[in-house]
Ligand binder design. Structure first.
Ligand SMILES: [Ca+2]
Length: 195
């Protein structure tokens, strides 16, 4: 193969893989089991607005959650998609009690009522970044799981700082859904998680 042809083929391949890996959660609605603290608030759109925090508690994309062991976020993708991965960004700031979650549990649903646990990320302190101030991206690979609703249960220590949840998948796998319920109708207690 000629060199120029090889470069063009490579570019086409790279572009097509970029198109496939879209963030389906961008600008989608979500709810959280317990609101962020007033001092580090979440206006209700910040977890899916595409804005990522710098590694500083003062950067506005971060919302801060204080104690109570965990928070659960539920995102409505508004249609059923085939999902390849789910990510969450969290902050560590060793000097201020902002610690990284030790575990995250994930669950999905097509109708907002029947849920299916799809995996858990579990870390020892020693497996998390040792740097004192750092943003860490958690990622669960979901190998084409079909879902409209995505629930992420996130462990909270003293302070949990989070900036964005992304759900990656191919938009072409969209199938219209009319059976879903509104986020406000979802019962957090009904969601099946590993723990
Ligand atoms: Ca954000």
């Amino acid at each position: 193969m000629k060199k120029s042809l090889l470069v063009v083929s490579l570019l086409v391949f790279l572009l097509s893989s970029l198109v496939l890996a879209e963030n389906l959660a961008l600008d989608k609605k979500y709810v959280v089991s317990y609101p962020a603290e007033a001092s580090y608030p979440d206006s209700g759109t910040e977890m899916t607005d595409g804005k990522i925090g710098q590694p500083s508690i003062y950067d506005s994309p971060w919302s801060g959650h204080l104690r109570n062991e965990f928070r659960t976020f539920i995102i409505d993708l508004e249609a059923i998609y085939s999902i390849d991965s789910i990510t969450l960004g969290a902050l560590k700031d060793g000097g201020t009690g902002v610690t990284l979650p030790l575990w995250l549990c994930f669950s999905v649903s097509n109708d907002g009522k029947r849920w299916k646990s799809i995996g858990t990320l579990d870390y020892d302190e020693s497996e998390l970044p040792t740097k004192n101030v750092v943003r860490f991206l958690y990622e669960l690979k979901t190998s084409g799981t079909k879902a409209r609703y995505v629930a992420v249960k996130v462990n909270a220590g003293v302070w949990l700082f989070v900036d964005e949840i992304e759900v990656h998948g191919d938009p072409a796998t969209r199938s219209e859904d009319t059976n879903g319920i509104s986020l406000k109708e979802i019962d957090f207690e009904e969601i099946e998680f590993d723990y």
